[in-house]
Design a protein around this ligand. Structure first.
Ligand code: ATP
Ligand code: LTN
Length: 334
């Protein structure tokens, strides 16, 4: 592992609750890669968060490994950054419990993700779903993270993490670094291809609403062809054109072109041409990631090693914060 001392710390995670979408990639992982050299980075597969909704155990195991393989395939080097599985570091659950005692019922009740998921999973509104944000705060605060790169939808959870850290520090002195969110200027909120007023989500039941990082070129092109747009024909970024705006954002993220450049490129051409170009740009952008993923997932020993070393490195760092916190709240030393 590289010497990361004196660098600022980054922490982030994704739930292994489905195959990653281009929303997860553009909103989170792509930025993790671009920040990896400058910061001391810790990236986690948050399997404990994933079980706040029902998961098939065998699938959860498979997806957790695949998620770490995707992190590496996307460009995160496990020699430079710490990659690990949340449930392998018991300090996450320990700190989450303590933070629950410093978080108000009212605060958790206001979380929009909780409200949305309570509607989506009305038959299973469990206590874990409710306290999901305190586990996320524990993830971040355990590693004294300075920066948390996430998509727009996680902004409220980061704010709550900051409030909890500030409150705890106010009582006990400087225990936690108060983290900042890092939300990218573009790609922070990729919308569903079938309902562009809704965020693209990997657990959506309609597979045409998202493009996964593993989708093959033909499927990607087909999904973009079917994307819901509007009754105009002109490719331009404007209020009320949610579908086209979303496709322009995606195209911009994959090609680096600005909205003005895209409007010029497709001037006088219809939506059909534009959708095809978006599909091709996305497929070409994902192809190298898919190629690397296939190699990594086939190398069981390598991935096992990454998982084992990551758990060790993360546990060591987490224990430092846990000892401090336990002492502060009045637990006797082990
Ligand atoms: P689920 O559907 O299981 O709730 P999800 O697709 O919303 O999952 P998460 O695991 O909750 O994804 O999120 C992982 C990361 O991806 C977070 O940083 C989140 O902000 C980001 N993210 C999720 N969806 C999008 C999106 N549509 N656009 C941009 N970023 C996103
Ligand atoms: N809640 C996040 C996933 C997540 C996370 C974290 C992100 C869990 N712990 C810590 C950043 C930092 C989500 O649903 N996307």
């Amino acid at each position: 592992m590289e010497n990361n001392e004196n660098k600022k710390v980054i922490f982030s995670g994704v739930q292994p609750s489905g195959v990653l979408t281009i929303g997860n990639y553009l909103g989170a992982i792509k930025n993790w890669v671009s920040l990896a050299d400058e910061y001391d980075c810790i990236y986690c597969a948050v399997d404990m968060h994933a079980i706040t909704v029902r998961q098939d155990p065998a699938e959860l195991r498979r997806r957790t490994r695949e998620l770490l393989a995707i992190y590496i395939a996307a460009g995160i080097d496990p020699e430079k950054s710490t990659l690990f599985v949340q449930s392998h570091v018991s300090a996450h659950a320990e700190l989450a419990w303590i933070l629950n005692c410093y978080t108000q019922f009212g605060e958790l009740s206001r979380m929009t993700q909780f409200k949305d998921k309570s509607v989506k999973h009305a038959d299973n509104i469990n206590a874990g779903l409710f306290t999901y944000p305190t586990l996320m705060a524990a993830d971040i605060l355990l590693y004294q993270a300075d920066l948390v790169p996430v998509g727009q939808d996680q902004k409220q959870h980061i704010e709550l993490t900051r409030d909890i850290a500030t409150r705890f520090n106010g009582i006990y002195g400087d225990v936690f670094t108060v983290p900042e969110g890092f939300i990218p200027p573009s790609g922070a909120k990729i919308m569903s291809l079938q309902d562009p007023t809704k965020k693209m989500s990997k657990s959506d039941t309609n597979v045409n609403s998202f493009v996964t990082l593993m989708d093959k070129k033909d499927d990607i092109i087909r999904k973009f062809k079917r994307a819901v747009t509007d009754s105009e024909t002109c490719v331009r970024f404007a209020e009320g054109k949610d579908g086209i705006n979303n496709l322009m954002n995606i195209y911009s993220c994959f090609t680096g072109k600005t909205h003005a450049e895209i409007e010029k490129e497709f001037d006088g051409r219809g939506y059909g041409d534009f959708k095809l170009a978006v599909g091709e740009a996305v497929a070409d952008g994902l192809a190298p990631i898919q190629e690397r993923f296939d190699k990594i997932i086939a190398d069981k020993t390598y991935l096992d090693d990454v998982i084992k070393n990551g758990a060790q490195a993360a546990s060591y760092r987490a224990q430092k914060t846990m000892r401090k916190v336990a002492k502060k709240v009045g637990f006797i030393a082990k």
